[in-house]
Design a protein around this ligand. Structure first.
Ligand code: NAD
Length: 304
């Protein structure tokens, strides 16, 4: 039997927490850590290996791009942090150049794996990864609004005293300021969630701005995104056909094409089997188009 291999590129806060989550949940046989700071990846591998007597299972090591050979999933969480006074577009240009070099180094060793992108701005970095790799879009996945939807479900659950796993609700669009809540489809076992407009707005704003709050409190967010990435890996490796709000290349989705955005997608061993065109109200469609327009403008501002 072929061994299952996951590679994590960028073992900062998000990458190392994701690796640890995958290890605890025993998701793969082999886990490779790569970082431009080789010492960080080596230290993480050592630290995780010292826990083997308690978990057993995967072989973990700090590797090189050669180890991408045969990988089922390559998760990219590498990125530069925003410098003081730097605009988002400047940061984006630096991240694009980091991705340019990372994907260039993956391609000689792997042509049939799945790229799972988490670095921000995730929808743009996923689109860039698609263009740079020239892989089919179903094998280039962004974490999209899966985390935002989880935050949304948690906050609705808290408000209603309902387990968030029983709350069905979607955040779609950009993973960022232009994302939107699909209140028209939010439900508990098929029954509509009845809340005042004020409460709805408050729950959405808390969801949308959650990252700012956490970053202000402790510098970075990493536990929930690690669980979200683990969820996507599981849907892929176990060929689940799970519906997850990941970022995918849209093709005539409410008339939107050629941009990556978070929408509900069926995820299985092939990557993204298909994007589900959910029923949106006119207002939701307008917000969705605005989100797509915003990202298209950003794409125009960088060379791809
Ligand atoms: P971090 O600074 O802790 O880690 C980034 C890591 O990338 C560092 O270890 C750095 O050495 C490494 N790196 C930089 N350039 C590299 C290169 N060329 N090759 C290999 N490694 C390289 O940052 P973090 O907090 O872990 O965040 C990582 C990214 O994830 C950021 O872009 C962040 O915005 C994003 N993020 C996304 C979500 C989401 O929902 N998609 C959630 C949280 C964070």
């Amino acid at each position: 039997m072929k061994k299952t291999r996951i590679v994590v590129i960028g073992t900062g806060a998000v990458g190392s927490t994701t690796a640890y989550t995958l290890l605890l949940r025993n998701r793969m046989d082999e886990l490779v850590l790569i970082d431009s700071n080789a010492g960080k990846a080596a230290g993480d591998a050592l630290d995780m290996n010292h826990g083997m007597p308690f978990v057993g299972g995967a072989k973990v090591w700090a590797g090189t791009y050669k180890d991408c050979a045969g990988a089922d999933i390559i998760i990219i969480t590498a990125g530069a942090a925003q410098r003081q006074g730097e605009t988002r577009i400047d940061l984006l240009k630096r991240n694009v150049s980091i991705f340019d070099s990372i994907i260039e180094q993956i391609l000689p060793y792997n042509q049939d794996g799945i790229l799972l992108i988490a670095s921000n701005p995730v929808d743009i970095m996923s689109y860039f990864s698609l263009k740079k790799s020239n892989w089919p879009a179903h094998r280039v996945i962004g974490s999209g609004t899966l985390l935002d939807s989880a935050r949304f479900r948690y906050l609705i659950g808290q408000h209603l005293h309902i387990d968030p796993r029983s709350v069905h609700a979607h955040i779609i669009g950009e993973h960022g300021d232009s994302e939107l809540p699909v209140w028209s489809l939010a439900n508990l076992a098929g029954t509509a969630i009845e809340l005042s407009n004020e409460v709805k707005e408050e729950l959405f704003v808390q969801t949308r701005d959650a990252a700012y709050e956490i970053i202000e409190a402790k510098g970075a967010t990493y536990y929930a995104i690690a669980l979200a990435l683990d969820r996507i890996c599981t849907a892929i490796l176990q060929d689940e056909g799970a519906v997850l709000n990941v970022s995918t290349l849209l093709d005539s989705y409410y008339g939107v094409s050629d941009v990556y955005l978070g929408v509900p997608c069926v995820v299985d061993r092939s990557g993204i089997r298909k994007a589900l065109e959910i029923k949106l109200t006119e207002h939701e469609q307008q917000l969705f188009h605005k989100s797509a327009d915003k990202l298209k403008e950003i794409i125009k501002s960088i060379e791809m």
